[in-house]
Design a protein. Structure first.
Lengths: 197, 285
């Protein structure tokens, strides 16, 4: 599994650095609220997850702008959602500034689609829970000189899950909210700060 | 501008690390609830136990509650005579929280163990040849404990678990936390006892995982509606029986959410409602 993750990261780096070597078309940043997983307070786990797109600890993102109105982005995060789990995640996706592209508005509003893979590891039972999840995004991006501030809503659509837990089989299905009875559809927020180079 | 932004950001990072820390907290997280259900195959399991989780309406008066517990046990045994274990929620002998006089009230309903309530449960355990586990407000040497008692089919108290991690309303009610873990044997199935917020206690979680329990018996108080999934079952890699309370207690209204979940977190049976129970045969490898 580590080899697979390492391989994917390498592919992302090579893809963004070697294929598009143009000036100021790249960015590297941080999902700021993923750092909230370091806060050990009641409620911090749930609120932190909601505002960090369920990314925990160190959550880095890097992107490339192939055209003026589109972004290719990769995300990697490693952290502890709580004291027994480790979550390692890789995301890859594309955001498109449709309003700007079609000349409707100059607002930096975008929408896109991502695919994420994550391994949720229970360090006490040594059980891995692997997931592949497609999700859609809607967001707004602010530029301040070379800094990018990006507020995004992320909505999970589907999940494929498998595990090393004994007596389990892989499962899959539509997934819009972890609390169906309370909110049938529940997007997560994320706030990224990035530097353009 | 860039320098200013960076300084604010660095300050934010530092403040995050300096913010409060609760050493024994095992906070719930969205990612534990994520993903698709994992089908769990228990067809080859050799050990079986027929269990019932109860959501009981609780009165202010202890006597009325003990009588309701007796009625519920009789009802379960008449409808599901194969039942081997009945689990009640947290502090079933009274309201969970009385806003007007929290400490005085809990002291007024608290009992020593053994006491009148355990004696009455003992006799039903013997009569029906079942295990009974229930939450009770316990008093010993003028100290209040939020406790859970396990009685075996011989009518003996086999464990008293005292709540480790107190919720804010427990503190207001004058309870004292106790660091303890109780593992009992139920017909060859190893079960760990747990009361409500104990589920977010790191020490107890690690202890039960280390003890390789097959089953967590969770006497709960929660207003939550139906769950899709049990986070606890995956944390422990064990079955979970969660019993609760139902009805209105002052400003608090409980929906009576109960469930029995397999080790992969799938809710096998459960739901919400007043004065009801959920029955299931759990199968353990």
């Amino acid at each position: 599994m580590r080899k697979f993750i390492f391989g994917l990261v390498m592919v992302l780096i090579v893809f963004s650095v070697a294929i598009f070597p143009q000036e100021k078309k790249y960015y590297a940043g941080l999902n700021v609220f993923a750092l909230s997983s370091f806060i050990e307070m009641d409620g911090a786990g749930m609120i932190g997850s909601m505002i960090s797109n369920s990314e925990y600890g160190i959550s880095l993102n890097g992107g490339y702008l192939p055209t003026k109105n589109s972004i290719l982005e990769g995300r990697i995060s490693i952290g502890k959602p709580n004291k027994i789990y480790w979550a390692t995640q890789l995301h890859f996706g594309y955001n498109f500034f449709a309003l700007k592209h079609f000349g409707i508005s100059e607002m930096n509003l975008y929408a896109g689609g991502f695919l994420k893979f994550y391994d949720l590891f229970n360090s006490q039972t040594s059980i891995h829970y692997f997931n592949i999840i497609p999700y859609v995004t809607v967001g707004y991006l602010w530029n301040s000189s070379d800094f990018i501030f990006d507020l995004r809503l992320n909505q999970t659509l589907y999940a494929v899950t498998w595990s090393t837990q004994e007596h389990t089989k892989a499962g899959s299905g539509f997934f819009f909210s972890p609390f169906k009875s309370w909110a049938p559809v529940l997007p997560n927020l994320s706030f990224n700060v990035a530097y353009r180079f | 501008m860039n320098q200013k932004v960076m300084s604010i950001f660095v300050l934010f990072l530092i403040s995050l690390f300096l913010l409060g820390c609760e050493d024994d907290l095992l906070k719930p997280s969205f990612i534990e609830l994520g993903g698709a259900p994992l089908p769990y195959d228990d067809s080859g399991a050799k050990k079986h136990l027929n269990v019932a989780a109860v959501a009981l309406n609780c009165d202010l008066e202890r006597e009325k509650n003990v009588s309701n517990m007796e009625t519920m046990i009789k009802r379960i045994m008449s409808e599901k005579p194969e039942t081997e274990l009945i689990v009640f929620g947290e502090t079933t002998t009274g309201w969970y929280y009385n806003k007007d006089k929290p400490i005085e009230y809990q002291k007024s309903i608290a009992e020593s163990i053994p006491g009148n309530t355990t004696h009455r449960m003992d006799s039903l355990a013997v009569k029906y040849n079942i295990y009974i586990i229930f939450g009770i407000s316990e008093i010993e040497n003028n100290t209040l404990y939020n406790s859970q008692v396990a009685i075996n089919p011989e009518g003996k108290i086999i464990a008293i678990h005292r709540k480790n991690r107190l919720f804010s309303l427990d503190k207001e009610s004058g309870y004292t936390p106790v660091r303890n873990a109780q593992v009992i044997d139920l017909k060859g199935i190893r079960a760990g006892l747990m009361i409500c917020a104990d589920g977010d206690n790191l020490w107890l979680t690690e202890k039960y995982i280390e003890e390789k329990v097959d089953l967590i018996i969770h006497s709960n108080t929660t207003k939550d509606g139906e769950y899709n999934f049990s986070v606890g079952a995956r944390r422990f890699d064990s079955w979970i029986i969660s019993a609760n309370r139902s009805g209105k207690e002052g400003d608090n209204e409980y929906r009576g959410m109960i469930y029995i979940a397999d080790p992969a977190g799938n809710i096998r049976t459960g739901g919400t409602g007043d004065n009801r129970y959920a029955f299931y045969q759990i199968k353990v490898y």
